[in-house]
Write a new protein. Structure first.
Length: 234
C-alpha cells in the first residue's frame, strides 16, 4: 500500500497507524495472495470478536432494562454481516480492498467482502493502538445504529433483514411456504418454511402466519450465518 492510499484511509477512519503493515494487510483479500496467511482473514477473525465485545459492552451500559435475551437480539443485528457491509460501504473501505482476478463483482464487494474488510480493519486498529482506540472507532461508526437499537424492533425485523441479504447475495426474494396448520379455526397454529432460489431452510411454527414467517426468517438467517443462533422465543 502506497503512502497516499494509507493517508487517505487514515483520514476516513480518523486514526493514524504506527504500523502501516497492519493497515495494508487489512485490505488484502485472500484471492490476491498465494498464501492465505498473508491475507486479511486472520485479522477478520480477530476483528469479529473485538467488534462483538465492544458492542456487547455498549449495549450492556446503554440498555440497563434489557434482559440477556433482548440484548442478544439487538447485538445480533448490530454485528451482522449486513450491518458491517453497510458501514464499510458508507466509509468506502471496499474501494481500497486488494482483490485477485475474478473477484471484482459489485455484488461481492457490497456484501461479505465489504463486511470482512471492516472487521479486519477493526483488528488492525486493535493490534496497533489497543482496545481504547478500537472501541473509539467502533462506537463512532456504529453509534447511530446503537442509539436507535430496540429489541422489539429487531425481533420483528427478521423478514426484512433476510430479504435484503438474499437480494444482495443471491439476487432472489425469499418465498414463504405453508407446510402445515393445526387446531380449530379460532386457535390455529401454522408451520412455514423459507425458500431462497432452490434452497429450503428449517421451518417454524407460529400462532399466526406472520409470527411463523418471522421465526422461519430467523432460522434462515442463522443457517446462512448472518446472525447468531438464539431462540426468538427468549
Amino acid at each position: 500500500m502506497d503512502e497516499a492510499t494509507a493517508q487517505q484511509i487514515e483520514r476516513i477512519i480518523e486514526y493514524n497507524f504506527r504500523d502501516r503493515e497492519l493497515l495494508a494487510q487489512a485490505f488484502i483479500h485472500s484471492s490476491a495472495v498465494d498464501n492465505r496467511l498473508f491475507s486479511n482473514e486472520r485479522l477478520e477473525f480477530l476483528g469479529d470478536s473485538v467488534l462483538a465485545l465492544v458492542v456487547c459492552q455498549g449495549l450492556f451500559e446503554r440498555f440497563t432494562g434489557y434482559l440477556e435475551g433482548d440484548l442478544t437480539k439487538v447485538k445480533s443485528m448490530l454485528v451482522s454481516r449486513i450491518t458491517c457491509a453497510e458501514i464499510s460501504k458508507k466509509l468506502g473501505l471496499q474501494n481500497f480492498l486488494k482483490l485477485g482476478k475474478g473477484m471484482t463483482s459489485s455484488k461481492a464487494l457490497a456484501g461479505s467482502l465489504a463486511a470482512g474488510v471492516l472487521e479486519a480493519l477493526i483488528a488492525a486498529i486493535y493490534l496497533d493502538g489497543g482496545m481504547d482506540n478500537a472501541r473509539k472507532f467502533i462506537l463512532k461508526v456504529l453509534g447511530p445504529a446503537m442509539e436507535q437499537a430496540d429489541a422489539e424492533h429487531s425481533q420483528g425485523n427478521y423478514k426484512s433483514l433476510l430479504q435484503q441479504y438474499s437480494q444482495e447475495n443471491f439476487d432472489a426474494t425469499p418465498v414463504y411456504i405453508l407446510i402445515d396448520e393445526k387446531g380449530p379455526d379460532h386457535n390455529k397454529c401454522f408451520e412455514l418454511e423459507v425458500a431462497i432460489a432452490d434452497r429450503h431452510f428449517t421451518s417454524a411454527w407460529g400462532t399466526n402466519k406472520k409470527e411463523a414467517e418471522q421465526k422461519a426468517a430467523y432460522n434462515a438467517l442463522v443457517e446462512l450465518g448472518v446472525i447468531e443462533n438464539k431462540s426468538v422465543d427468549e
